[in-house]
Design a protein around this ligand. Structure first.
Ligand code: AMP
Length: 296
């Protein structure tokens, strides 16, 4: 790639800064807003990969100030989930993020974000009920609440999220609309490894055998897409096509494979408008998600 390729260093206007204190974050951004600058935020849980970096580059192109947040949010993990072993590498993350033009990294710790006795949560209802909402009770309340807090602390004009977390993006769009949060939400395409595996911080957990079996997720989505392109419109048949490669992978166990309306996430029996094939699969003990939108 030449100097304009995706690896080219993008200019950042401000001296780079790491902020850990929520009040300092809020004060800093209020100054920037007073200066008339357009603020973008990219919320992440760190352990950055090209998927995250694609969001940062898009943010750099759309705003004066790019804020990366790195926060492994405890309230979106269930009691038996991987909070304590979630991978972390702040120095590595900042080394990857800075060439993408990040101005400010907001890296609070959990104690700073949640005061003792915190008891206020943001709940999105119907969109957060099926799929990961059903399998991970409380997950989207944790997500909606922390994203609201991050929006309050970083006061963005625009925020970038990946379509990899399709339901999360739908929940956040609805939350912003319903609560008049006044942040433009930009969804970005899923970034994949060369062999099709959707990039995820959790891919780091996979053994070599599991890494091979993890390809069954994208293979299932490709099979569903192929059936769809061949004229199949029946939801059950499309789901069966998606399930087959996953069922054949030794270390993979399906959590869900569902076809849902791409806007409302309601069940789809026959595809007549855009529908999302959404799946969650345990590969060994690692839970991976992926999705693909089927557009008639
Ligand atoms: P996470 O750190 O997993 O919470 O992800 C932070 C943001 O990066 C979310 O908006 C994700 O949807 C997005 N993201 C994660 N993986 C990918 C990917 N493979 N492609 C595009 N965006 C992604």
């Amino acid at each position: 790639m030449g100097a304009t390729g995706p690896d080219a260093a993008l200019p950042s206007r401000l001296p780079f800064e790491i902020i850990r204190d929520p009040r300092a974050m809020r004060a800093r951004v209020e100054d920037l807003r007073r200066d008339g600058l357009r603020i973008a935020v990219v919320p992440t849980m760190g352990y950055l990969h090209e998927g995250h970096l694609s969001l940062l580059r898009a943010a750099r192109a759309r705003a004066d100030v790019v804020i990366l947040t790195i926060f492994v949010n405890p309230t979106q993990f269930g009691p038996r989930e991987d909070l304590s072993r979630y991978p972390r590498d702040e120095d590595g993350d900042l080394a990857k993020a800075r060439p993408c033009g990040v101005d400010l990294a907001f890296c609070p710790d959990a104690a700073a974000m949640y005061a003792p006795g915190a008891q206020t949560f943001v709940e999105v209802r119907e969109l957060a009920r099926p799929l990961c909402g059903e399998k991970r009770p409380g997950h989207f309340a944790g997500v909606a609440t922390v994203v609201t807090k991050l929006f309050n602390l970083t006061q963005p004009h625009v925020a970038f999220f990946g379509e990899k977390d399709f339901q999360q993006l739908a929940v956040i769009r609805r939350m912003v609309r319903d609560l008049d949060q006044g942040v433009e939400i930009v969804g970005m395409p899923i970034v994949r490894e060369a062999d099709g595996l959707a990039m995820s911080s959790r891919n780091a957990y996979l053994s070599p055998d599991e890494r091979r079996d993890a390809l069954s997720l994208s293979a299932g989505l490709a099979a569903a897409e192929a059936a769809f392109r061949g004229g199949e419109r029946d939801g059950a048949a499309l789901v069966a096509a998606a399930r087959a490669p996953i069922a054949a992978a030794a270390s993979a166990r399906i959590d869900y494979v569902e076809l849902r309306d791409a806007d409302e996430l309601t069940p789809v029996e026959t595809v007549t408008r855009p529908a999302v094939m959404a799946l969650a699969v345990f590969v060994g003990t690692t839970r991976l998600i992926d999705n693909r939108v089927l557009r008639p």
